[in-house]
Design a protein around this ligand. Sequence first.
Ligand SMILES: [Zn+2]
Length: 219
Amino acid sequence: MPEELVIGASVLGRELVAIRFDPPDYARARPPALIFGGIHGDEAASVLQCERLATELVERPPGRVTWIVPCVNPDGVAAGTKNNARDVDLNRHFAAANWVADHKPGYFPGHAPETEPEVQALVALIERTGVQRLVALHATFRCVNWDGAGRALAEEMARLSGYEVNEDIGYPTPGSFGSKYGVDRGLEVVTVEVPYLEIDERAWTETRAALRFSLDLPT
Ligand SMILES: [Zn+2]
């Protein structure tokens, strides 16, 4: 059964939870993966998709060690706001080489990178577990982007879900998760914009195959 760990607490004291799933004993050794949702609090669909995937992984384990952090920004989800409780856009808040203090309104990256506990907890988990395949779930555009070494994985995930695939979202994202772990570190980073899960009947069938592929198949 999966192991649930509290990896930190949000600004307002909500638990940040990570769930570890182990592959069956016969699975080939593959680099461990991380999937997370809810870094933007107004994208709760991404949290539900992580929870749905976690439910499925109990029944059928992944093909590699997999960490799921269903909700990186629980204060934002509770309030229905994109940013965290200190109004920081957590996806502009990573210590990437391209982090900048100057952003348009609504994209406050913090006064310095990685001061917010939600991002600190995620960063510490990545360092500690050595995950190399990183899948970030956002909502709700139905598209796939990649950074760093994520291209081949993104293309296959896009094919399986029927979504468009692009190298970037079409505008600069300094201090983003993909900038730090994809561009700077060269890891496999894929961002999936997932549709509403409970409202849209097709949502889980579209993303399910893509998410399973990212955990079960090559390298
Ligand atoms: Zn987002």
